[in-house]
Design a protein around this ligand. Structure first.
Ligand code: SF4
Ligand code: SF4
Ligand code: SF4
Length: 573
């Protein structure tokens, strides 16, 4: 330990840590634009400069190590002047577009401008003009609002190992773009939205489906159905001032009804269904010498990643559609049929923590005769915007329950929202399929938590099964390379594209720290601990669905509606 002094307070710091890290641990706030807590500092934006006694220049606190006896002033007039000048220079090349901007009210550049008292445009000159990139089904890039902090480039390369975007051009012509400066739709972008989550401004945003949803809700000829993913109910509350992890499922269902949806279904129901199909597929592969390790298929960013970078591994992917798309197929087929509705008149909206789900819903495999199974996908943030737009008070609603026949879930379907949840739910049901009995200890602790890679050897009904749970595609890439190099002790691998799983998805409320994501995860496990039906095969509505409509897991109807295939995609380098 070393001792430093900051703003006349004596503090203890860890030898080797940066000044910024020590200050933040002691609750002293220093603004940053480019800093990413889990990655090596880039020192690009210089917003975090502080004054250190005895040094002639200001130092970037994110990249400067502490030293014993160091005396720091974080908000000296000189440090504040430097920060204000940086913001003024950024604004000189920025559109005055706040009133029309999706980040109005949640923009770090706007906040800094306010906090530093920027009240006039001190620097003027030619602004860089760029076109919007609206080519992606999942996100929109607005390079004119980009401040070149580089966070999107870093998360894409260092966390996801995709490198779909980078700095291109030189000097004042520098911008962020794709290979050959094409649209994101022709790049290797896997639509994860992690760049949107880290962007401090409105330069990156989801491709909004709000207008389509509002139009559908006001069209009397349409029967509008909504489904909500497992991870939404423990994060939506953050948009309304609640702490992360507080479950607002019942209030959210009430809000959906006030918004005018005709039916409310729970994607955790189709997560239970996914488990029935996926656990059956795993047992079938293990017993019949099928391709192993089997890899989960519910995360569409991960699927596109394999399609681009590891097409030789496509046979390892489970053929199960994701819970979103299983629900879509059931709504547009069985539900429409039983309600006497033309599938064209049924409009299905998904609320997802993920922007890759917008891409997934548009895949040609995910529909019949050109009619998509899912018509529009809202992120958690977009749902919150609609609730606010309609003046609804989420906190004031009495909780309500979702509708039959797809509104009932088990907690196994609910924990899908956290990294390790699919694995845990699948193990619970695979054990039952192999033994006819229930696991004595349902909680598979080895696969819980936020670590990027978790591995375990499990005894599932006499079968020794090697399992791995991975989140973040940089981690997935390392595991795939090991398998390609001959690693053969794994039978089942869960991969989630986003750090922490869907709770950390690209469509979730912005500004979440790792502690916030942990709180969302604990919220899901609290639900699992509190309720009594904790295995997918005991979901009474899933049992009824098989008895009355599907037949059996992996049966002909399931194969037709609930399973899919994948595509080899080229990568532009
Ligand atoms: S990115 Fe921020 S500063 Fe720029 S227009 Fe949007 S809200 Fe305003
Ligand atoms: S959505 Fe994901 S893959 Fe695409 S550019 Fe952003 S971080 Fe990279
Ligand atoms: S797009 Fe956003 S995250 Fe990327 S460099 Fe620009 S401002 Fe930073």
């Amino acid at each position: 330990m070393v001792t430093i002094e900051a703003n006349n307070r004596v503090l203890e710091a860890n030898e080797g840590e940066t000044v910024l890290s020590a200050l933040r641990r002691h609750g002293i706030s220093v603004p940053t634009l480019c800093h990413m807590s889990d990655l090596f500092p880039s020192g690009a934006c210089r917003m975090c400069v502080v004054e250190v006694e005895g040094m002639r220049s200001l130092v970037p606190s994110c990249a400067y190590p502490v030293a014993n006896g160091m005396k720091i002033q974080t908000h000296s007039p000189r440090a504040i002047r430097a920060r204000k000048t940086i913001v003024e220079l950024l604004l000189a090349n920025h559109p005055d577009d706040c009133l029309y901007c999706v980040r109005n009210g949640s923009c770090q550049l706007q906040d800094l401008s306010e906090n530093l008292g920027v009240r006039e445009r001190r620097y003027t000159g030619g602004r860089s003009l760029h076109d919007l990139d609206v080519s992606s089904p999942s996100l929109v890039r607005d390079p004119e609002k980009c401040i070149l902090c580089g966070k999107c480039v870093r998360v894409c390369e260092e966390v996801q190992s995709v490198s779909a975007i980078d700095f291109i051009g030189r000097g004042s012509h520098t911008k962020i773009g794709t290979a050959f400066d094409g649209g994101l739709n022709v790049s290797s972008c896997i639509n994860c939205g992690q760049c949107v989550v880290v962007c401090p401004t409105g330069a990156l945003r989801e491709q909004s489906h709000i207008k389509q949803v509002l139009d559908a809700l006001s069209n009397p000829k349409l029967h509008v159905v909504v489904q909500h993913a497992p991870a939404i109910s423990v994060s939506l509350g953050e948009e309304f001032g609640l702490k992360p992890g507080i479950d607002v499922a019942g209030k959210m269902v009430a809000a959906f009804r006030r918004l005018g949806f005709d039916r409310v279904f729970d994607t955790s129901f189709s997560a239970d269904l996914t488990i029935m199909e996926e656990a059956s597929e795993l047992v079938h592969r293990v017993k019949n010498g099928g391709v192993l390790p089997m890899m989960t298929s519910c995360s569409p960013g991960w699927i596109k990643f394999v399609e681009h970078f590891y097409p030789d591994m496509l046979p390892h992917l489970s053929t199960c559609k994701s819970p979103q798309q299983m629900m879509g197929a059931l709504v547009k087929h069985m539900y429409a049929e039983r309600q006497g509705l033309d599938p064209k008149s049924v409009f299905l909206v998904s609320v997802m923590p993920c922007i890759a789900k917008k891409f997934e819903a548009q895949r040609p495999e995910m529909g019949t005769h050109g009619i998509p199974d899912v018509d529009a996908v809202l992120t958690t943030r977009e749902l919150a915007r609609i609730i606010r737009m309609r003046g609804l008070d989420l906190g004031g609603f009495e909780p309500e329950v979702a509708d039959d026949p797809f509104g009932e879930r088990t907690t196994a379907g609910k924990i899908f929202g956290a990294s390790g949840g699919v694995m845990e739910a699948a193990v619970r049901t695979a054990y039952h399929m192999l033994t006819g009995e229930e696991l004595a200890e349902l909680e598979v602790k080895a696969v819980r938590g936020l670590e990027g890679v978790k591995e375990a050897r499990l005894n599932v009904g006499g079968l020794e099964v090697g399992v791995a749970v991975v989140n973040g595609l940089g981690n997935a890439r390392k595991l795939i390379e090991a398998i390609r190099a001959g690693r053969s002790d794994l039978h089942f691998i869960e991969v989630m594209t986003c750090p922490g799983g869907c709770i950390g998805g690209g469509g979730q409320p912005l500004g979440a720290s790792r502690d916030n994501i942990r709180a969302r995860m604990l919220g899901l496990y609290r639900i699992d601990g509190d309720e009594s039906v904790r295995v997918s095969h005991k979901n009474p509505m899933v049992q009824r669905l098989y008895a009355e409509y599907l037949g059996e897991p992996l049966g002909e109807r399931s194969h037709h509606l609930l399973h899919t295939h994948y595509t080899h995609r080229d990568v532009l380098l």
